[in-house]
Design a binder for this molecule. Structure first.
Ligand code: SAH
Length: 231
């Protein structure tokens, strides 16, 4: 048969890699993300392994997807944009707040020396741990807790990424930022946020605001209270 001859010989892994390549070209490079390390990491991490099995077919679509417990895995473009904003070097120590599926942590693990990721829902943390271990992301530590207070045990961090929307910048996070370090966090209302970047230089913090975005709420002592109000 001539029709589909090439495709028929593609293995499952090749098909998955081809989908990632298409995703990176059409959703990420096309929107202006240029950092080669970030693009390579998105081409490498199998996103279908971080979504519920019945959604595996939609894993490379241009959107966030539900992961259970009312939470979502972020849109691939948002993952790329946030990761690029962190300006990571291979020696970087990173904190992620909001492990969710573990996908963002897997991307970070390819670009940094060490990643601590904190999740308030134990069932999501446990699932992420299993997925990250299956992909041999040995430099990632998944902890359960309220990440609005950061994670002082592993501080200071060269980069802190918050992947849930916050009403304000939690003070403990800027306090745990190393000199020259960057914090990327969506700040705004429960409906819509601005992706802001804060850079520490000695005692000085400089803030730049970026794209509009929509994240699930950051719930905790320095974020939203669980009934949806600012504490
Ligand atoms: N980065 C994730 C997507 C995160 S969705 C991924 O790649 O899949 C946001 C996550 O933040 C949810 O799992 C939610 O439970 C978690 N979260 C919300 N408030 C938190 C807090 N105070 N500390 C830690 N995790 C929090």
């Amino acid at each position: 048969r001539i029709i589909g001859e090439g495709r028929a010989t593609m293995t499952i892994m090749e098909r998955s890699a081809a989908r990632r390549d298409a995703m990176v070209r059409s959703q990420i490079e096309a929107r202006g993300v240029t950092n080669p390390g970030v693009l390579a990491a998105l081409r490498a991490v199998p996103r279908e392994q971080f979504v519920p099995a019945h959604l595996a077919e939609t894993a490379y679509e241009d959107r966030a997807l539900p992961i259970g417990s009312d939470q979502t895995i972020s849109q691939p473009y948002m993952v790329a944009l946030m990761t690029q904003a962190l300006n990571l070097t291979s020696s970087a120590r990173v904190l992620e707040v909001g492990t969710g599926s573990g996908y963002q942590a897997a991307v970070l693990s390819r670009l940094a020396a060490r990643v601590t990721t904190i999740e308030r829902r134990p069932e999501l943390a446990e699932q992420a741990r299993t997925r990250l271990a299956a992909l041999c992301c040995d430099n990632v530590r998944v902890v359960v807790g309220d990440g609005t207070a950061g994670y002082p045990e592993d501080a200071p961090y060269d980069a802190i990424l918050v992947t849930a929307g916050s009403p304000q910048v939690p003070e403990p996070l800027t306090a745990q930022l190393a000199d020259g370090g960057r914090l990327v966090i969506p700040v705004g209302t429960a409906r819509e946020q601005d992706l802001i970047t804060i850079e520490r230089s000695g005692d000085r913090l400089t803030q730049t605001s970026g794209e509009r975005c929509i994240f699930v709420p950051l719930v905790g002592r320095f974020g939203w209270s669980s009934d949806g109000r600012v504490p």
